[in-house]
Structure formats: structure tokens, C-alpha cells
Design a protein around this ligand. Sequence first.
Ligand SMILES: [Zn+2]
Ligand SMILES: [Zn+2]
Length: 101
Amino acid sequence: MMLVCSRRCGGRLFRALFAEVELDAGGEYQDYRIAQHGYICLNCGSPAFDLGEVPAEMEAEALADEPKSVATNILCPVCETLVSVDEGMECPNCGAPLEVA
Ligand SMILES: [Zn+2]
Ligand SMILES: [Zn+2]
């Protein structure tokens, strides 16, 4: 569990919104159900979320943010054509394997 304020206000106190504890007539704990998923930052009132619950999501976002492989312009060592290549490509002119520095 790692709660953080969605506004990163630095608040360290949060209120869980989801727990509705059910008690019987004698006050004995019966069960709880998820009424509303989420937390609220007590400092600024913004929604907070649990970092421990979203690692996969964050990872997917991080991956999506990664730049696509950028084509590099290099000179073919064989025919000296300037070619725009991704890693592991061959020269489109003479078919020589090209190494991207
Ligand atoms: Zn906050
Ligand atoms: Zn070539």
C-alpha cells in the first residue's frame, strides 16, 4: 500500500472511501463491502490513489512514453549511399549489412 495524492500536494493523511463495515445488532463485525473505490487526500481533498495497486498500469504508461527507435542516417561502407536505417537493416542499395553506431 502506497497512497499518494493525485495532486502531489505532499499530504500524508488519506481517508479510505470504500470500506463499509457491516455489523450485526450486537456490534459484531460481519463483513465489509466495496462501496466506492478510492481514497481522498485529507490535506487538499483531491482524490488519492494507491501506487501499490497500479504498478502494471504505470509500467505500461512508462513503456508508451519511450521513444520509438529513431532511424539513423549512416553511410553504407560498401557503396557509400547515405541510408536511413533502423538497427539490423541492410543497405537498400547494395544489400550490405549496416551497423548503427
Ligand atoms: Zn493532496
Ligand atoms: Zn550499400
